[in-house]
Write a protein that binds this ligand. Structure first.
Ligand code: SAH
Length: 340
């Protein structure tokens, strides 16, 4: 049975028309769910009893639960327990320009990036759209903080769960849903090429980020197995086509791993690779995690890398470090829970 929180307004309109009711009913339901935040059909007082009963029969309205919260200054980390007992996590970061949440898209991940905690535990299943949406609803309820932007950069590869991802985006972007502007939504992928093309064809102004993490195939294939399927030149071709189609600038994520991809030569190579592309590079300080041998680059190396890119005319920023005290590296909280 479909969970009501995973149903787009369009699909809900179709549902009401199908059962011989009015399209407008979907607006009322969205109002209860997302504005009034009522979690029970029976409390929706302007809906007639027979319709409520139908809704109860046709949709579930189960809610995932917050199992644990860790909090350090401007960062909150949440561990969620799903209705089937699986765990995922999300992070809330408070910036001076607003509050962003990093959500998970799958239980585990099959991409196997060598430096990533999430990939150590293989994918168990996709997240349903409602499970992604409820991460946001529960965070707002628990903290009373209004979420202004969303990044799909938690556990999982969003393009490996494309349909649910798109439902999730449509619902949070809906004015009557969570009303988060498309330009405040970012999807990060390790580079699944066919889905980059699909994404380019969606009528949405959502941001795309590519986890590149290496300036050549030799290094990338060592740390990201996906590179053996979709090499750098192929994925950058797809990104270039994406930019041409959408006219939108793409973010290139580059995690700084000590002695792996962080030399000045690597920066020069990266600049050559990206020259002429409408992208900006986000250098990510590596979040070290117990069971993985990779180390973070020194501040000095990150700064040299950054300056080299700047001098070569590449747009670049260094990502602020959030929550390293509270196991905010994606997947850490879940790993701890699963180990128990
Ligand atoms: N699968 C998607 C989205 C989830 S990972 C992707 O690959 O983009 C989100 C980002 O965090 C990716 O760039 C990923 O490479 C990076 N990442 C994973 N583990 C990390 C760690 N320990 N420290 C810093 N960044 C990490």
């Amino acid at each position: 049975m479909n969970n009501i929180y995973g149903v787009t307004r369009k699909d809900l309109e179709d549902y009401f028309i199908n059962i011989g009711d009015k399209k407008f009913r979907s607006t009322q339901i969205y109002d209860w769910l997302y504005k009034k935040r009522v979690k029970n059909f029976s409390l929706m007082s302007n809906i007639k009893n027979d319709i409520k009963e139908k809704l109860n029969n046709d949709f579930s309205i189960d809610i995932i639960e917050i199992k644990k919260v860790e909090h350090d200054k401007d960062t909150y980390k949440f561990l969620f327990k799903l209705c089937d007992g699986n765990f995922v996590e999300a992070v809330l970061m408070q910036h001076d320009y607003g509050n962003s949440v990093c959500v998970s898209s799958e239980v585990g991940c099959n991409m196997g990036c060598k430096f990533c905690e999430s990939g150590r535990l293989k994918k168990v299943r996709n997240l349903e759209a409602y499970e992604m949406i409820e991460q946001l609803l529960l965070i707002e309820e628990k903290t009373s903080i209004r979420i202004s932007s969303v990044v799909v950069m938690g556990i999982g590869e969003p393009f490996d769960n494309y349909e649910n991802l798109m439902k999730f985006i449509r619902i949070i972007n809906d004015d009557l849903g969570l009303a988060i502007g498309a330009r405040h939504i970012t999807v990060s992928t390790c580079g699944i090429i066919p889905k980059i093309y699909d994404f380019a064809n969606e009528d949405l102004q959502v941001n795309l980020a590519l986890s590149l993490h290496a300036p050549n195939d030799e290094i990338r294939s060592k740390i990201m197995p996906i590179n053996k399927v979709y090499s750098i030149s192929k994925v950058l071709r797809a990104i270039s086509d994406y930019i041409q189609k959408t006219n939108r600038r793409v973010t290139i994520e580059y995690v700084m791993l000590n002695n792996v991809n962080d030399s000045v030569n690597n920066a020069v190579e990266l600049a050559n690779l990206l020259r002429g592309l409408n992208v900006y590079v986000n250098l990510i300080p590596y979040n070290e995690t117990e069971a993985i041998e990779f180390k973070k680059s020194s501040k000095e190396n990150i700064n040299k890398f950054y300056t080299t890119l700047i001098n070569k005319g590449i747009n670049v920023t260094i990502r602020r470090e959030f929550g390293s005290k509270i196991s905010a590296a994606c997947g850490q909280l879940r790993s701890k829970e699963v180990k128990k």
